[in-house]
Design a protein around this ligand. Structure first.
Ligand code: SF4
Length: 337
């Protein structure tokens, strides 16, 4: 086999690759400078390394390309982040990556994309030097080439992993759609989130008066000083109706309610009236965390709904952190995906 490969792999290396240990491995070819023939495009999909089949090296297999076309109905360029075939992440030492990034930089410079989708962990690591695709997928990062072209990089799952794990498809599709709409179509968030911080006890009393018997669903969230409900305290409680958002700085270190005992107690009494109202739904995300803290303050919240559990019922395979849900349902609400 060694001799067979050596028949045609000895001549096609590139000066930029000098010192790369991938050259010591048996490959059908090396240093595929596909960027020489790429055209300018708004969108670039980057795979990990080239896929080699029947004498041809391609950035993505036919099946992977079909999946991308199914999910993305626009023109795009395709390339590999590592310019040799069948290179695994484990083969790419930091030095190898550094060498190969020169090719990658030339690729971006050639295509001049607005948006780059790095598919899988290796492509993400090659371009933005970060790892952990499960956490970072769908987020956005800035990249500027040596010659000064700037673009946005959004890591997504590798289409191969979506073919293998169809449950990833909805996230793959959503990440592509959200990023394309935001960065290429420049669809902006229209509304402005406004909230009112209540710093006067009369405002809290008025809020309790308005909400203690309401049947309107309210979204609730608490911020705490830590994760341990036995030791940590509630800094703020946020309440959202369909129209308005209120924030009450309950036990925040600068809370005006901590200055006088009577105001402090009144504040909690009024908040209890809102939270223990049985007539309306209180929607939390991961409610058990918030409820444990509230019980510590003597508040037994009634009629609790939980978006984490509801989302699990919709599709148990999807990630359910608050950020994942916002990315999925309200991507334009985020300044940065
Ligand atoms: S991995 Fe990159 S740097 Fe190394 S030989 Fe291949 S193209 Fe060159």
């Amino acid at each position: 086999m060694r001799n067979l490969y050596s028949l045609y792999n000895s001549t096609n290396t590139n000066d930029l690759c000098a010192g790369c240990t991938i050259l010591d491995k048996e490959k059908p070819n090396y240093s595929i400078t596909d960027y020489d023939s790429l055209d300018r495009n708004d969108v670039l999909f980057l795979s990990d390394s080239f896929y080699h089949r029947f004498g041809k090296s391609m950035a993505f297999s036919k099946q992977e390309k079909e999946l991308i076309s199914d999910c993305f109905d626009h023109d795009a360029s395709f390339s590999a982040s590592v310019k040799c075939p069948s290179v695994k992440e484990a083969d790419m030492s930091p030095d190898n990556m550094k060498l190969c990034r020169q090719h990658l930089d030339l690729t971006i410079q050639r295509v001049k994309p607005i948006l780059v989708f790095t598919c899988g962990n290796l492509a993400m690591k090659m371009l933005i030097k970060k790892s952990g695709i499960t956490d970072k997928r769908g987020r956005s990062y800035d990249y500027t080439t040596d010659e000064g072209h700037s673009c946005v990089v959004v890591p997504i799952f590798h289409p191969y992993s979506v073919v293998k794990e169809p449950r990833h498809r909805i996230l793959f599709e959503t990440d592509i759609r959200n990023a394309y709409e935001k960065y290429v179509l420049e669809k902006k968030h229209e509304g402005k989130l406004q909230y009112k911080v209540l710093t006067d006890i009369q405002e809290v009393i008025k809020l309790a008066y308005d909400l203690k018997d309401t049947e309107e669903t309210l979204a609730m969230d608490i911020e705490t000083t830590g994760l341990n409900f036995l030791k940590d305290s509630i800094q703020t409680i946020a309440i959202s109706s369909r129209e308005t958002n209120w924030v009450i700085p309950c036990d925040h270190k600068d809370s005006p309610f901590r200055k006088g005992e009577s105001h402090y107690e009144k504040m909690w009494r009024n908040l209890r009236a809102i939270l223990e109202n049985p007539k309306n739904k209180k929607v939390f995300h991961n409610a058990k965390f918030d409820l444990k803290f509230l019980i510590n303050y003597g508040i037994y919240t009634k009629n609790v709904w939980d978006t984490k559990i509801m989302h699990h019922f919709l599709d148990e395979n999807l990630p359910k952190s608050l950020m994942d849900l916002v990315k999925l349902y309200f991507p334009t609400e985020l300044e940065s995906l």
